[in-house]
Design a protein around this ligand. Structure first.
Ligand code: SAM
Length: 241
């Protein structure tokens, strides 16, 4: 299984990129507490460093986090001892019985060059449909097609790390490639690392159609409550019929 977040990128993600999960957690908790059925078990797919899992455990849910990065899970296990964590890909993990599944921060968008991303994501919808009882919820977000282009350069830094990201976009192929360069202080020096993330961009209408065909009622938004999403991100709030 390919890990997209190895040691230093996992550290940087945990240190500097928890804002979306922190900001989205109150709305996700609110939705799950007011779902059509009592929600007890939640699968946090692509849970990363466990930021959302921590808020869900605090709210009284039983949480299973699934992530393909062993380094992010090591951080999550320390931060959230009350959750269970599984190191696996969403696409072949054993998903336990649950009343809700969440994939926050675009976990469904990462795909290798040779993967059939659309089929894989639809297989997640079918599995969720089979596992969730009527009234259960599937909540996730993706990057959608359209403008503005996401191509460009960006950087961020913290006390002992920095990250540079160069993104290229092929709108016709619906793909983004992020070339990521990391710098993390180790002793007196900075260790340099690299990662490439290949990202699938989705058509919102097509995803909504695929979800409806799997038995979900679908709403979408560009925010989780008061937490606005970045440009061209789309959150899906799906209820099993
Ligand atoms: C941008 S991070 C979001 C992490 C977390 N949900 C949050 O909002 O902070 C994307 C996460 O998805 C995970 N991921 C990507 N593809 C995955 C897959 N096929 N199976 C499991 N996890 C995956 C990555 O390892 C990473 O932790």
């Amino acid at each position: 299984m390919e890990s997209l977040y190895d040691q230093d990128l996992a550290y940087i993600h945990a240190a500097g990129f928890g804002g979306l999960a922190q900001g989205a957690a109150p709305e996700i908790v609110r939705l799950l507490k007011s779902a059509a059925i009592p929600v007890r078990g939640i699968v946090d797919a692509g849970c990363g460093a466990g930021t959302l899992a921590a808020r869900l455990v605090e709210a009284g849910f039983e949480v299973t986090g699934i992530d393909s990065s062993a380094d992010l899970l090591a951080i999550a296990r320390t931060a959230v001892p009350g959750a269970r964590f599984v190191n696996a890909s969403i696409y072949d993990a054993d998903v336990p019985p649950c009343e809700a599944m969440v994939a926050l921060g675009e976990p469904l968008t990462y795909h290798s060059e040779e993967a059939d991303a659309d089929s894989l994501v639809q297989s997640v919808f079918r599995r969720a449909s089979g596992i969730l009882p009527a009234g259960g919820m599937l909540i996730f977000d993706v990057i959608e097609t359209g403008e503005p282009t996401l191509a460009g350069r960006a950087w961020a830094s913290g006390e002992d790390w920095a990250v540079l990201v160069h993104t290229s976009e092929d709108q016709a192929a619906r793909t983004l490639v992020r070339s990521i360069e990391t710098f993390r202080r180790v002793g007196q020096l900075y260790r340099r690392g690299r990662a490439i993330h290949r990202i699938r961009v989705f058509d919102t209408g097509e995803l909504a159609g695929a979800l409806a065909a799997c038995g979900f009622a679908v709403e979408t938004a560009q925010a989780y409550g008061s937490q606005r999403l970045a440009p061209r991100r789309r959150a899906f709030f799906c209820t099993r019929r």
